[in-house]
Design a protein around this ligand. Structure first.
Ligand SMILES: NCCCCCC(=O)NO
Ligand SMILES: [Mg+2]
Ligand SMILES: [Zn+2]
Length: 343
C-alpha cells in the first residue's frame, strides 16, 4: 500500500494543550507522525509519496470560505492583538446567546471552535493545509486505480465541522476525501470512523446527505469527548435520514465486543453498496492509549485491516487519533498490513 506523508506536518508544533486545568504538552505531537512513518519504512509497506498541491477549492467543498479565511489569519490576528501565549478559544455562545461573528479575535476563536484543548500557533495553518493535501493525494491514487492508500495525516480532521475546529482538528480530511470522490462521479461513498472518539465533524458535514453514509464506533459521549454529539439516536436528517450510524461502547470494551459493532457497520456499508470507502483511522482504541478507554490490542489492528479489505472497496485511510506514541506505529501500520494481506 502506498503512503502519503508531508514533512510540513511538523509546522504544527504547539506547546500547549488545556487539560485538567493545566497547559500540558499536547498529546497530538509531531512524533506521532514520525513514528508511523518510521514503521511504514521499517515494514516496507510500500512507496512513500509527498503530497501534491490541490489548493483550497477542494477544502472549501467541505468548509465555509469564512472559516478557511479565519484559520489562515488566526495566528497573525492573535499576535496583532498583543496576546502573549498561543491562541486558545475561551468564550462561546452559550444557551440564549447569539451565534453571530464578532470582530474581536477572542470572539472569532469561540465562534469557529467547539473546544479549548486545540491551541493554534505559527505553522498550524500550513500543517493543516498540508494534511488536506496528503488526504487528497491519497484519494487521487485510489481514483487512479490503487486499491487503497494511506493518508498519513497530521493534524487529524474528523472532529472538524464545516466551520468549527476542535479535538486537534482543523480541516476534516476524511470529509474532504469523501467529497472529492463525489465530485469525481463516485455516486455513493461510505465514511467509517474507527477512532476512539466520535467523528462529530464528519457526521455533521454529511448529516443531510443520502449519498455519503457516515458511521462511527466510539466511546460513550456521555463520558468522553466530544460529549455533545455521537449518540445512537442520531441517524441523519432530511434526505440523510438513515444514513448516519453511531455505535457507542463503555469503558474497557475489548475487540471481541467492539468487533461486533464493526460487523454491524460493515454490513450496513455492504448494503449501501458504495463506490468508495474512506476509513478514518484512529488507533486511540488501543488498550494503553493515555486519553481513551477501549482495550484493543496491537494484533487486533491486523484483524481490523483484514476485515476492511473484505469489503472489497477502493479505500482511503486518513490518519486520525492515537496517543501512545510507542505503539502508534505498529498499531496504525498493522491495519494496513492486515488490509494488504487480505486484499
Ligand atoms: N480532551 C480533548 C480530547 C480530544 C480528542 C482528540 C481525539 O483523539 N479525537 O479523535
Ligand atoms: Mg470513531
Ligand atoms: Zn480520537
Amino acid at each position: 500500500m502506498k503512503t502519503v506523508f508531508s514533512p510540513l506536518h511538523s509546522r504544527r508544533h504547539v506547546k500547549t494543550e488545556l487539560d485538567g486545568g493545566l497547559l500540558i504538552e499536547p498529546h497530538e505531537k509531531p512524533s506521532r507522525a514520525e513514528t508511523i512513518l518510521a514503521r511504514v519504512k521499517d515494514q516496507a509497506l510500500g512507496e512513500v509519496l509527498e503530497p501534491e498541491e490541490f489548493g483550497l477549492e477542494p477544502v472549501r467543498r467541505v468548509h465555509t470560505a469564512d472559516y478557511v479565511a479565519f484559520l489562515e489569519t488566526c495566528w497573525q490576528d492573535w499576535q496583532a492583538a498583543g496576546k502573549p501565549g498561543e491562541a486558545i478559544p475561551a468564550v462561546w455562545a452559550g444557551r440564549g446567546m447569539r451565534h453571530r461573528l464578532p470582530k474581536d479575535i477572542d470572539g472569532r476563536l469561540g465562534y469557529y471552535s467547539f473546544a479549548a484543548e486545540t491551541s493554534i500557533s505559527d505553522g498550524t495553518w500550513e500543517a493543516a493545509r498540508a494534511s488536506a493535501n496528503v488526504a487528497l493525494t491519497a484519494q487521487k491514487l485510489v481514483a487512479g486505480g490503487e486499491r487503497a492508500a494511506f493518508a498519513l495525516c497530521r493534524p487529524p480532521g474528523h472532529h472538524a465541522h464545516a466551520d468549527l475546529f476542535g479535538g486537534y482538528c482543523f480541516f476534516n480530511n476524511a470529509a474532504i476525501v469523501a467529497q472529492a470522490f463525489r465530485d469525481q462521479g463516485y455516486g455513493r461513498v461510505a465514511v467509517l470512523d474507527v477512532d476512539f472518539h466520535h467523528g462529530n465533524g464528519t457526521q455533521a458535514i454529511f448529516y443531510q446527505c443520502s449519498d455519503v453514509l457516515t458511521l462511527s464506533l466510539h466511546g460513550d459521549p456521555d463520558l468522553v469527548f466530544p460529549h455533545f454529539l455521537g449518540f445512537e439516536d442520531e441517524t441523519g436528517e432530511g434526505d440523510g435520514e438513515g444514513y448516519n450510524l453511531n455505535i457507542v461502547y463503555p469503558p474497557n470494551t475489548p475487540y471481541s465486543v467492539w468487533s461486533q459493532g464493526l460487523e454491524t457497520a460493515c454490513e450496513r456499508i455492504a448494503a449501501f453498496q458504495p463506490d468508495a470507502l474512506v476509513l478514518a483511522l484512529g488507533v486511540d482504541t488501543f488498550e494503553d492509549d493515555p486519553i481513551s478507554f477501549f482495550k484493543l490490542t496491537s494484533s487486533d489492528y491486523l484483524t481490523l485491516g483484514e476485515r476492511l479489505a473484505r469489503l472489497g472497496l477502493p479505500t482511503v485511510f486518513t490518519m486520525e487519533g492515537g496517543y501512545d506514541v510507542d505503539a502508534i506505529g505498529v498499531n496504525a501500520v498493522n491495519v494496513m498490513q492486515g488490509f494488504d494481506r487480505a486484499a
